[in-house]
Design a protein around this ligand. Structure first.
Ligand SMILES: Nc1nc(=O)c2c([nH]1)NC[C@@H]1CN(c3ccc(C(=O)N[C@@H](CCC(=O)O)C(=O)O)cc3)CN21
Ligand SMILES: CC(C)C(=O)C(=O)O
Ligand SMILES: [Mg+2]
Length: 271
């Protein structure tokens, strides 16, 4: 590996400086050590240990089942691999909605037990008290607005959000509030590009988009989607950079064939 040990860690301040000078922020998910090592080595600014682990790691239909303990396991693995990237961890469903004290103790567990650099949670003004309390403890917080998958059963679909004026106005208020509270950034998921542009221009802190157009200050994707491992998932916002399902399927199929044909192992591969 060509990792330079002298390399400087990205911080939340680095992200703010990037926005100030108009440099886009690259963010991608990872959930385990080996994948995170590749992501970090490739020059990622931010690694998100997303609760999408519930989908792509555990095979659940939604992000709701994943637990705080499971998020900490994924996060600690990623932290051991990330030499340069800032590592942010999703607070999972049920670990912060109860009250601000519970939210703080969940955030503290993530910071203490995984070594991550900050947390992300879904919601706006409703969770202001929790955001504030976590920030008071010195933990960097990232917001997440628009399509918030932990509320999927409230909305019923994964369609684009804030198309109507009332919902757009609420999202702008929420974004302002998160900035005022002291969040270092906010994810905007599946909202019209025009709205994301307005929010990105009116906020001082960086916005990171997923399905929110090119005017966000950065972009985020789920790694299994962009590498083509998660084959069935092809929403319009996704750009697929590889076909790893096919690459891996071929390699594994060849191994099966070789074992059956008794061509593996060969004499060169035995003792
Ligand atoms: N693998 C994966 N990728 C993600 O981007 C992701 C997760 N999991 N889990 C948590 C959330 C859920 N996310 C989602 C889920 C669905 C769509 C989506 O566009 N789904 C449909 C369209 C649904 C509709 O329009 O009703 C699609 O086109 O596949 C987008 C983001 C984003 N996050
Ligand atoms: C899609 C991103 C923003 C996320 O929250 C996740 O991966 O869980
Ligand atoms: Mg998430």
């Amino acid at each position: 590996m060509s990792v330079n040990k002298e390399i400087k860690r990205i911080t939340t301040h680095t992200l703010q400086e990037m926005k100030n000078r108009g440099e886009k922020i690259a963010m991608l998910t990872a959930y385990d050590y080996s994948m995170a090592a590749i992501v970090d080595n490739a020059g990622m600014d931010v690694i998100l240990v997303g609760d999408s682990a519930s989908n792509v790691m555990a095979g659940h239909e939604t992000t709701l089942p994943i637990t705080l303990d499971q998020m900490i396991y994924h996060a600690s693995s990623v932290v051991r691999a990330a030499k340069r990237a800032l590592v942010i961890v999703d607070l999972p469903f049920g670990s912060y909605q109860g009250n601000s004290k519970e939210a703080l103790s969940s955030a503290i567990r993530i910071m203490k037990e995984s070594g991550a650099h900050g947390i992300k949670l879904e919601g706006g003004v409703e969770i202001a008290e929790s955001v504030s309390r976590i920030l008071t403890a010195g933990i960097p917080v990232m917001g997440h607005l628009g399509l918030t998958p932990q509320s999927i059963y409230k909305f019923g679909t994964y369609t684009v959000r804030a198309k109507e004026e009332a919902e757009a106005a609420k999202l702008k208020e929420d974004a302002k509030k998160l900035e005022e509270l002291g969040c270092f950034g906010v994810v905007l998921e599946k909202i019209p590009a025009k709205l994301a542009k307005e929010v990105s221009e009116s906020l001082h802190i960086p916005t990171i988009g997923i399905g929110a157009g090119q005017h966000c200050d950065g972009q985020v994707l789920v790694i299994h989607d962009m590498l083509g491992i998660n084959k069935g998932f092809k929403p319009r916002f996704l750009r697929q950079y590889a076909d790893l399902f096919d690459v891996m399927n071929n390699a594994i199929g060849n191994y099966v064939t070789d074992v059956k044909a008794k061509s593996f192992p060969s004499e060169k591969e035995e003792y």
